[in-house]
Unconditional design. Structure first.
Length: 105
């Protein structure tokens, strides 16, 4: 089996993340919880993706408007809502407004 020097080094070196993968890994800050009042739907655009923040009495969730996929939300130490677009959530999961933890309805 004959391979080039480049292929040899690619096979033994650990794979690094592409720029796109690295960008998707970090959470996106959406704003403070007070920006999303209960019983509201707020449209947000991140990376050409139309998202809807749904604030329900049980908690808050993030949905892709086109694909209807739900994504993980978390709270930062400063109370800012953060979206994790690399982690999908089930439709029944929300981020509790009271505890800041994931809650399944």
């Amino acid at each position: 089996m004959e391979s080039s020097r480049r292929e040899f080094f690619k096979s033994i070196l650990p794979r690094t993340k592409s720029f796109r993968e690295a960008v998707d890994d970090h959470p996106w800050t959406l704003g403070h919880l007070t920006v999303f009042p209960v019983q509201s739907k707020t449209k947000i655009k991140i990376k050409e993706t139309q998202l809807i923040v749904e604030s329900l009495p049980e908690g808050i969730r993030l949905r892709d408007e086109v694909s209807n996929k739900y994504f993980k939300l978390s709270l930062s130490s400063k109370g800012l809502l953060q979206a994790h677009l690399n982690e999908e959530w089930p439709e029944t999961a929300v981020l509790s407004l009271f505890t800041g933890e994931i809650y399944t309805t």
